[in-house]
Structures are given as structure tokens and as C-alpha cells.
Design a protein around this ligand. Structure first.
Ligand SMILES: [Zn+2]
Length: 316
């Protein structure tokens, strides 16, 4: 064998090892969570149909336990009319429920005591229900933009035995659902398959984006928590989302397992808390928050991609 050929073969072998290394090192785990239950109606189906489809999709995908974060004030709206039965249906299917406040307000501009009374109202509704977990998810992931409010809420959650129901993968699934609903309202022609591909790709890329930050910050991949919402797109595409994550090396874990990760019990000493826990920990470690933003968490970027890839050409 000539030296050149040997060198080429060795180079090829080396490249194959490099390519295989990340796969071998991969231990990517992620749990699924859905917010704003019962959420307002989307463009494709009724809220009842959505719950049936989402439960079936999760079952089809083999998702053993997702979490549904309930905003109890939504039960008083028209779209929440049958919400209690839908919440029960998620629990009956093996999923868990937790607190996402009563009124879904920001914390940064509210009186802390009033904000705490509002989450207590939701907690009272949830108390004693099967599948209930002691987790509180901050609406808009807003944990307060000043130390006083942030620390008042940390103390309040502690007193109540509630854990911050943090996320690690924060992406704008709701914004893509909004774009699809708007296209339906405006009677624009779009490609459902292309919508599914765009949607799934946005989630898988986002999960990997936050995982890279996690590995750079923690030196390991934690059990991730994916933030999703109770949308029609999740009812339509959750089996595709899960299949794509698995094809990319991810394992779906239960929410109970995800919240057993060591990062569940830290309180990052930062006010940069609105981008999820990994970003908060990265900010504490000195990363510039501007570098921690997933590029598709952006209205203009999502709209551009939606127009380019989902809307049928010529439909303007
Ligand atoms: Zn929410």
C-alpha cells in the first residue's frame, strides 16, 4: 500500500472516530411539559378534540409521563368550560399536573403579596387532586427582575413546599401555533407536512442548542425539561416531535425523573432567569446572555421561515 493511500485510510478512520465520538458520548434525556392548561382554542380543532389528540399522540409516542401546568383562571373562560374534565383526562392517561398560577401574570410589575395570593388560589384548586405535583411554573418564566421580588417568591415557594417548575429548553412552540392559526383565519394555503417538518426541526434544534450550553456550563448533559404549550400543533405533531428527538439521540424521560436532576435544587444567583435554568446557570458562570438566545425565539425569524417553508408559493 502506498503511503498516500495509507494516509488517506488513516484519515478516514480518524474522521469516523470523531464522528462517532459525540454519538457514543450522547446521553441526552428530556421530559415534556405543557403549559397554560386549559389553553384557548387554536385553529385546527376544539379544545376537547385537542386533548383527545394530544393524549393519543403521547401514547403513540410512548411518552409515559408528561406534566401539564394548570392556569386555573382559564377554567373561568369560555374555552375552559370543559377544562376540568380535560385535566382529569391527562391524569387518567398517566400524566401529572402542577401549578401555573391562577391569572397568568408577570411578576416583575406586580406586588409580591398579590402575586403569591394568586398562586395560592391555583394551589387550592389543585390540592388533593390525583397526579398533582408540588411544582410552580412561573408564567412567562418571569421570576422577577429585582432581588426583592425574586427572593420573596423563592421564600414563598419554600414555605409551601413547592419547587420551581423550571424549564431547560425554552422555545416558542406557541408562536408557530399562532402563525398557523393566523394562516387558517386568513384562508391562506399552507402545506401541513411542511408545517410539521418546520415545527419538529425547530424543537430538535432548540433542544440541542440548550444542551450545548448545558454541557459547556455544567460539563454534563442534565435531564432536560422541554417547555411546550397545550396547542393544536402539539396535538397534531407530538409523535413526530418525539420520533425526531429519538432519532437525534434523545431519550424521553418522565417529569419526575427530570426534576430529580441536581440542577432542580439550585437557586441561580442572577436576575437573568427568563430563559430557563440552563441559561440562568450559564449567566452565573459568566456567559453573555446575548449569546444564550435560541435564534428561532424571534417573531421575525419564525415568520420568515413560516412564509418561506410552510405557506404555499403564490399565496400572498
Ligand atoms: Zn404560561
Amino acid at each position: 500500500m502506498s503511503f498516500a493511500l495509507l494516509a488517506r485510510r488513516l484519515t478516514l478512520a480518524f474522521l469516523l472516530v470523531l464522528a462517532a465520538a459525540p454519538a457514543a458520548a450522547q446521553d441526552k434525556r428530556i421530559a415534556l411539559s405543557f403549559d397554560d392548561i386549559p389553553r384557548f382554542q387554536g385553529g385546527f380543532m376544539t379544545p376537547d378534540e385537542r386533548t383527545i389528540a394530544l393524549i393519543a399522540g403521547l401514547r403513540e409516542a410512548g411518552v409515559e409521563q408528561a406534566a401539564f401546568f394548570v392556569t386555573t383562571g382559564n377554567l373561568e373562560d369560555d374555552y375552559g368550560a370543559n377544562g376540568e374534565a380535560r385535566i382529569q383526562a391527562y391524569v387518567d392517561a398517566g400524566h401529572v399536573i402542577a401549578n401555573h398560577s391562577h391569572s397568568h401574570e408577570y411578576l416583575w410589575n406586580r406586588d409580591a403579596a398579590a402575586y403569591i395570593a394568586d398562586l395560592d388560589k391555583a394551589e387550592a384548586w389543585l390540592a388533593g387532586r390525583p397526579g398533582k405535583r408540588p411544582w410552580y411554573r412561573f408564567p412567562y418564566l418571569d421570576e422577577g427582575r429585582d432581588p426583592a421580588r425574586r427572593d420573596a417568591l423563592r421564600a414563598a415557594l419554600r414555605e409551601r413546599g413547592l419547587m420551581n417548575g423550571y424549564v431547560t429548553v425554552d422555545l416558542w412552540d406557541w408562536a408557530i401555533d399562532d402563525l398557523a392559526s393566523k394562516a387558517i383565519r386568513e384562508k391562506r394555503a399552507f402545506d401541513l407536512r411542511a408545517l410539521g417538518d418546520f415545527y419538529v426541526e425547530t424543537i430538535v434544534q432548540g433542544a440541542n442548542f440548550f444542551d450545548r450550553t448545558a454541557r459547556a456550563t455544567l460539563g454534563r448533559s442534565p435531564a432536560h425539561v422541554l417547555l411546550l404549550h397545550e396547542t393544536d400543533l402539539n396535538a397534531l405533531f407530538i409523535p413526530d416531535v418525539v420520533a425526531a428527538l429519538q432519532a437525534d439521540g434523545w431519550t424521553i424521560v418522565t417529569m419526575d425523573e427530570a426534576y430529580r436532576d441536581a440542577i432542580a435544587h439550585v437557586e441561580p444567583d442572577t436576575l437573568y432567569l427568563g430563559g430557563g435554568r440552563i441559561n440562568a446557570l450559564a449567566a452565573v458562570a459568566g456567559r453573555d446572555p446575548d449569546d444564550l438566545r435560541y435564534e428561532r425565539n424571534d417573531d421575525a425569524e419564525l415568520t420568515r421561515l413560516f412564509e418561506e417553508r410552510v405557506i404555499v408559493k403564490g399565496d400572498r
